[in-house]
Design a protein around this ligand. Sequence first.
Ligand SMILES: Nc1ncnc2c1ncn2[C@@H]1O[C@H](COP(=O)(O)OP(=O)(O)OP(=O)(O)O)[C@@H](O)[C@H]1O
Length: 261
Amino acid sequence: MSLLEARDLTIGYGHTTVADGVDLAIEPGTVTCLLGPNGIGKTTLFKTLMGLIPQLSGTIRLEGDEIAQLSRPRIARHIAYVPQAHPAEFTYTVLDLVVMGRTAYLGTFGAPKQTDYDAATAALEQLGISALAERDSTRISGGQRQLVLIARALAQQSRIVVMDEPTASLDLANRILVLDTVRNLAASGLAVVLSTHEPEHAFLVADQVAILGRDRFVTGPVADVLTPSQLSALYGLPLEVETTPSGRHVVGPAASDQIQP
Ligand SMILES: Nc1ncnc2c1ncn2[C@@H]1O[C@H](COP(=O)(O)OP(=O)(O)OP(=O)(O)O)[C@@H](O)[C@H]1O
């Protein structure tokens, strides 16, 4: 049984379909990368998979149970969400922000206990950011904030971590740090699902790739899905995949007179 499984899913809002024909299985110890152009429905798919918005049709099972039948705290004990990093609004310390990952374990109006602070401290240590614990979470860099949000998800001690564009707006060093963290989480047995606009990141970390295109949803191993023809169709321009001497994959325009990003 998969940790999370979607079958023949249609996602959207009210009477508006955003995508259909979504079949996806998430397994422990793996990284799944979701790619797709802006506005295609990646965040909508994540929110639907987490039971935050209802699917229009199809089934979603979390460890075998129909997601619509599960309470929010129960889902939160299975799936942690790392949203796109927005500037913080409230002046919590980093430690208090990470402790919020424990909400699903607290009763109604329950205050965090020592075990919750221990889990938050361990998450900060795991990401190498313990030194930030007492800092004001509104006064840290964008990269540090992304790591803090990942720490909050780790404190949740769920088996699945869903990350919405976790490397967006990060500098090169922090992108590498986040991608390393993603691989390490999968190596420790978690299932990580992340969206990205960087196909190269999928080549680096993914076991499975899902692409949400204009007319279809495709999943499979990286080498099968991230082909020049699939990528070209996905982004609507001729693309090629080059392999560097060290074995890295680089995606760029096939036309030699176009700028290589
Ligand atoms: N709450 C909402 N109600 C109605 N439509 C919405 C809502 N949120 C998003 N949409 C629409 O659903 C579509 C998919 O949006 P979504 O945010 O899921 O795309 P995305 O692939 O995550 O985009 P991006 O890569 O730009 O972040 C868009 O057309 C968007 O305008």
